[in-house]
Design a protein around this ligand. Structure first.
Ligand code: SAM
Length: 359
């Protein structure tokens, strides 16, 4: 809608297991004008022109004119193109999975955007023999969507799925996880950062805060916290058309965020316990610091983090593209933080997927 100004671009990831960017430019995107920035792609909503740009932060990612229905294309149906928001591409890319990392756990994986992205990156680098992505998904129904997605994406032979299995119940010291060198954690969250979603509903498009940490190898012991409890909405808003919207009160929202943060911290601490783990990304599609930077501070204060030497990966150590990303951690709403050096490390190491100009 021209009156609403430029729309969000349609973000599309080329699935390297099935195709290449060049091949897609010559086929699905034939006739699209290539422009240098996503801003110009957004502006194309006003002119109706078909344009695209190749993302400068994440490889194999394309921003295309909004309003084009890619779900009808052969490339989408065959799994060569995956409709995945830019923010949703940060965690797998930042985790930087490599053949020498051994098995990679995707702890909360359905519908599988990040599972298939991990596989795409490893495919380009060459999977090591017997290297797998181990994908947990607690919800059996969502696990079916995951299975469908990894089959369509051609990722199934590299992925061991655990439909209905709770990551928090997995014993990090079990032989099946002996070779797990990296974990991607994308747990359930408030979803407060999801914007401009206009594609197939089962695909999850988060705005992400991501942290990468690397540990020493030392054993650990911890307790398991409870899962978050649902909170009943308490305020009802009725618009001119008589449609009711249930809104949580600020207090109910706070209770819900605290419960979510407790669960998210449990996921992060559990990941710290895998004996061969060297790196972890933690991401949410929430804008609330309590679910993001707050969880990172709490994790760093834990015994396991101290025992095993987990730390936040500094911006300069991050993979190319991510270290150039300008929007970093926001500590303003974090009540329990370290001040001084610890603040700088967490603030600089976390990535916020807000607008590139930080607005
Ligand atoms: N990573 C997914 C993607 O990019 O397509 C999106 C993940 S979504 C934010 C979180 C998922 O984690 C949900 O499907 C939820 O059912 C699952 N989940 C929540 N708690 C879990 C647990 N303890 N173990 C395994 N899966 C869990």
């Amino acid at each position: 809608d021209a009156q609403l100004g430029p729309a969000h671009p349609r973000w599309i990831r080329v699935n390297t297991l099935k195709s290449t960017v060049d091949e897609q430019l010559d086929t699905t995107f034939k006739g699209f004008e290539v422009v240098p920035t996503a801003q110009e792609v957004m502006a194309s909503a006003l002119t109706g022109k078909r344009v695209l740009c190749l993302d400068s932060h994440v490889p194999n990612l394309i921003a295309a004119s909004p309003g084009v229905d890619f779900t009808k294309t052969e490339a989408y149906k065959s799994g060569a193109l995956i409709l995945q928001d830019k923010a949703s591409c940060f965690p797998a890319y930042l985790l930087d999975p490599r053949p020498e990392d051994g098995d990679i756990i995707d702890a909360c994986s359905a519908p599988g955007n990040k599972t298939t992205h991990l596989a795409g990156i490893l495919h380009e680098r060459g999977f090591a023999p017997n290297q797998h992505i181990i994908a947990f998904e607690k919800d059996k129904h969502r696990a079916k969507t995951l299975d469908k997605m990894i089959r369509t994406a051609g990722t199934d032979k590299h992925t061991l799925t655990h439909p209905g299995r709770d990551f928090l119940q997995a014993d990090p010291h079990a032989p099946e996880f002996r070779a797990v060198g990296a974990l991607l954690l994308d747990p359930s969250c408030s979803g407060s950062g999801i914007v401009g979603r206009d594609d197939t509903p089962e695909f999850h498009l988060p705005s992400t805060t991501t942290t990468t940490t690397t540990p020493d190898n030392k054993p650990l012991k911890r307790k398991r916290p409870a899962a978050p409890t649902p909170v009943q909405p308490q305020t009802i808003m009725i618009d001119d058309a008589g449609t009711e919207t249930h809104l949580p009160t600020p207090q109910a929202l706070q209770t819900r965020l605290t419960a979510l943060a407790t669960f998210q911290l449990a996921i992060l601490l559990h990941a710290f316990a895998f004996p061969a783990a060297k790196k972890v990304t933690y991401s949410t599609c929430s804008i609330h610091a309590v679910e993001n930077e707050g969880v990172v501070f709490a994790a760093l204060r834990s015994d396991i983090a101290k025992q095993r030497g987990w730390r936040v990966l500094g911006r300069e150590e991050q993979v190319r593209g991510m270290r150039e990303w300008p929007v970093r951690g926001d500590l303003r709403d974090v009540t329990e933080r370290d001040d001084g050096e610890g603040d700088k490390v967490v603030g600089g190491g976390c990535v916020r997927a807000e607008r590139e100009d930080g607005r």
